[in-house]
Design a protein around this ligand. Structure first.
Ligand code: AMP
Length: 404
């Protein structure tokens, strides 16, 4: 991959850059600006180098239609505050307003195009339609910089196709994320412990498959652990279950045994009554009972790992040299069911290992728990992208930069 460091002087050049500014919003207030901050090193370097910066980004899923609920206006404002300059927001993506906004840029100025997902071509499955839009993007820049790590697993016009039309370079964020992921897949310092959690076991099968080959210990918690328990014949009550994946889970347990890997599952759980959790408001009605995983009552739902599991997992992390974590251990949105997830976050902070938090819910959780990003080796800005990388998949947005 060619990096922006290979260029340095951008004076007078229009640099079209893809960023991931898909931040969480409450109304028009940004509740976590981590993704905007993550882009600052690249944007600052471009500005210092005299570039005329044209940013492409998306927000939510407006599905190819203009819907101002998904406008990037809050992002333009916040980015301007963080950079200490005015960020000009175009009124459209590739229309007259975008053209005029870009034409008005001086050296070091920054413009943000409106949400690229307002354009039906952006995420189209039709190669020709995507390419047509990418040609319009390419008219707004002289070179392309890819720095939206959270979207590099998407074959979309502003991520993939445009990189074929302009000289293409990676930004500092993409480089940093790829360096970390490479460390996790090529000769990680051992012992290497991977902790996976979250609700859907189906989403994580490919990553389990690939990481069982490289990790020394695989810890599985959260809702997905119950399918593994059921696969071994245990009663899991009304806990989350994916019946279609029982054979896969048995297979991984056998594979771990056969290859001398440790596969750890929870030994106890915090359980609640059926329907006690309201997922629309994340509130809990009813009591919490802690039980051994092998004695889960048939009418209860496991919603967090218990204390013994938390200790077991934390001691495994304490002995590790490399740790990768993705997915909460329980319904962490409810404080009384966030204990297991908190214990894992603390274990990562306390450990001397190179610790990587793999984006998404786990990244949000550690910030909600009050930890600073600097207390971890690395917090990824892209949950989906980092998991796909660890699955061993080719990420279109990276492959196209390597070809460039
Ligand atoms: P995922 O998107 O698969 O990473 O799952 C994240 C979600 O899993 C979070 O919203 C958690 O509330 C949820 N979750 C974690 N553990 C459980 C559990 N034991 N039962 C139900 N949901 C869970």
């Amino acid at each position: 991959m060619k990096s922006i460091d290979d260029l340095k002087d951008f004076t007078g050049k229009r640099v079209l850059i893809r960023c991931d500014f898909n931040v969480p919003l409450q109304g028009d207030q940004i509740t976590d600006d981590g993704r905007i901050r993550a882009a600052l090193p690249t944007l600052t370097a471009l500005r210092k180098g005299g570039a005329r910066i044209v940013i492409m980004a998306h927000m939510g899923r407006p599905d190819g239609e203009v819907n101002m609920k998904y406008s990037l206006a809050p992002v333009a404002k916040r980015l301007g505050e963080l950079m200490g300059v005015e960020v000009a927001l175009a009124g459209d993506v590739v229309g007259d307003s975008a053209t005029a906004t870009v034409a008005a840029l001086g050296d070091g100025d920054i413009a943000l195009l409106e949400n690229v997902r307002f354009e039906p071509g952006e995420a189209s499955k039709d190669d020709a339609e995507r390419y047509k839009l990418a040609q319009k993007y390419a008219q707004l820049g002289d070179i392309f910089v890819s720095d939206g790590f959270g979207v590099v697993h998407r074959k979309q016009a502003s991520v993939y196709d445009v990189a074929k039309l302009l000289p293409a370079y990676s930004g500092y964020l993409v480089q940093a994320e790829v360096d970390v992921l490479r460390k996790l897949t090529v000769e990680p310092e051992r012992p290497y412990v991977v902790i996976l959690g979250g609700a859907k076991v189906a989403d994580k099968l490919a990553v389990i498959d690939n990481l069982l080959k490289v990790a020394d210990t695989l810890i599985i918690g959260g809702g997905m652990s119950y399918t593994f328990m059921k696969a071994q014949g245990y009663e899991i009550g009304k806990s989350l279950l994916d019946e279609t994946k029982l054979d896969d889970c048995s297979g991984y347990i056998k594979q771990a045994e056969a290859t001398g890997k440790k596969l750890l599952l929870p030994v106890d759980a915090l359980t609640v009554g059926e329907n006690a959790v309201d997922f629309s408001t994340f509130t809990l009605g009813g009591d919490i009972v802690e039980t051994d995983m092998t004695a889960l009552p048939s009418d209860r739902v496991g919603c967090d790992i218990g204390e013994k599991s938390a200790e077991l997992f934390a001691s495994e992390i304490a002995g590790a040299k490399t740790v990768f974590w993705n997915g909460p251990m329980g319904i962490f949105e409810i404080d009384s069911l966030a204990q297991g997830t908190k214990a894992i976050a603390k274990a990562l902070v306390d450990s001397d290992a190179f610790s990587v938090v793999g984006g998404g819910d786990s990244a949000a959780a550690v910030r909600v728990f009050g930890y600073e990003d600097s207390q971890f080796g690395h917090i990824s800005t892209g949950g989906g992208a980092s998991l796909e990388y660890l699955e061993g998949k080719e990420l279109p947005g990276l492959a196209v930069l390597e070809e460039a």
